[in-house]
Design a protein around this ligand. Sequence first.
Ligand SMILES: [Zn+2]
Length: 495
Amino acid sequence: MRPLTIAIDPSLGNPFAPEISWTWRYLLTGAGYPWRIGFCHEPCDIAYTPDPQCARHARIVIRAMPHYWKRRTLMRLAGAGSADGFVYPVYAGEHGNDRLITNESGRLIIHRDIVFDVFWLLTGQEETHFPKNRHGHVDLTGTPYLEDQTLRKGLASGIGARFERLIGETGIPPGEPRWTHGKRAAAALSHDVDYPEVVRWLEPLRVVMRQGVRGLPAALDVLTGKRHHWQFDSWLALERAFDTPSVFYFVARQGSLREYALGTPDSFYDIRAPHFRRLFRTLIDAGCEIGLHSSYHAYASIEQFAREKRLLEEVASVPVVGNRHHYWHLDPANPEATLAIHEQLGFAYDASLTHDRYIGWRRGSCWPYFPLLQAERRELRTLQLPTGWMDSQLFLQRAANPGSPNEVLRALADQTAAQGGLLLVNVHDYVFDEALFPGWSATVRHLWEYLVARGDFWMATPAAIAAHWRHRYQRLLAASVDFTNICGAAFGIGS
Ligand SMILES: [Zn+2]
C-alpha cells in the first residue's frame, strides 16, 4: 500500500508537535494508511497549513488554526485547567455543512481545523468544566451533548470517516480495511458482574423501588429464593445461538453491605469460592473472555489494582487482558492518570471511558484509540475500546436518553456501521429475568438479531477486537515515518 504524503506547515511550530502528531496518527491509522514526510511546496497528498495558498500541489488541504492550538497549549503549560475559559463549539454541526469543503483548482480544501476538532473531542477538553457527582460522573444537563444528542453521533470518528471518504474522492486507493472477515464494523457484548448473588432480604425492596407494587410478586419470588441473579447460563444460551461469545468482567475485591453503606460500593461475592472457579471454566470453555471489573477505589492504588488482576488470573487460570472500572470510577479529577495505570499493569485494553448516565460515545469516537497522556505528551499503550451503551441508561435513565430502546439501539448500530466503528455494549449479568427486569434482555436479543441480520458486523470478544486493532495499528506504524520526525522536519526540531 502506498503511504500518504503528509505535509505539516512549519508555522505550526513545535510547542504542540506531540499533540498534533498524536491526532494525525488517530486519523491516518483509522483510515488505514501509512504515511511519509512531505513539504507544503512539493506535490503531496495532504497538507495541514494555515495558508492553503502555500500548498498548491496538495490534493487535500486542511486549514490549520494555530491560535486554537496555541491557546490550549499555553494554558496547559501554565498549569491552568485544560481549557478554562476557552469555549470551542466543536459540536456546532458544521461538519455536515457542504461549504466546509470546497474544490479549488482540483484541490479539496477543508475550511476547518478538523485535526484540532478531533484532538479536542478525544481528549475530553470540555469535561473539566462540567459538574460531577460523587462518583465523578459528568453531568451534561443543559449542554448540546444532551440536547442535540451529540454523544450518539460519534463526532470524532465521524470526522475520521468523512476524511477517509475525501481521500478516496481524490482517486487514492482505499486504505487497509479497519476490520477483518470483510466486515464493515465490529460489535461486542460485555457483562459487568456486579451482583450475581442476591441479598435475599434486601433485593425484594430494590425490586419494589424499581417497579412499584407491580413488582410485589417478583419481589416475593426473590425473598423465597425462586428467583435469583445467577443468569450466566441464560447469557451463554443466547450467545451460543448467535455464535458471539462475550466478556464477563469480575470484581476481584469482595465488598460488604457495611462498606457499601459507608461509600465503597464493591460487589459482595468472592471469586475464590468453588462455584466461581467452576463458573470461570464454563465461561472459558464457551469461548468467553474473562476480564477485570476493577473495584471502586482501584484507581487510587496501583498495588490494590495489581492485586485484583493477579487474583483473577490465578483463580480463572487465564491471562486477563481487559478491564472496566466498577461504576466507571476512574480518577474523577484526572481520568488520564487512571488510564496510565492500565498501561503500567499491562492491560491490552480498557473499556471505562464512558458516561454513566448517557448513551453514546463519551469522547466522540466509536473507533478504538490509544489515548494521549497529556501530562507526559505521549500516547498510552493500552487501547481504549469505547463503550456505546450500558443497559440501565435506556431503562433507568429515560429522561436523559429519550426514544424507544429498540429504535435508539438500531440507530446507534447504523451510526457505528456508517463510521466503520465498534459497537461495544454493557449489559449486567443479572438482568436476564423478564419479571425482575422487564424488557432488558429482550432488547439485547433484538439488537443482536439486528446486527446479525445486517451481516456487516464482525462480532467477537473485546479481547479479540483489541488484538486485531493493535496488530493493524502496529503494521501501519511500521510502514510509516514516525510523526515525531515529520513534525521535527516540518518544525525544524530534531536531527
Ligand atoms: Zn459494576
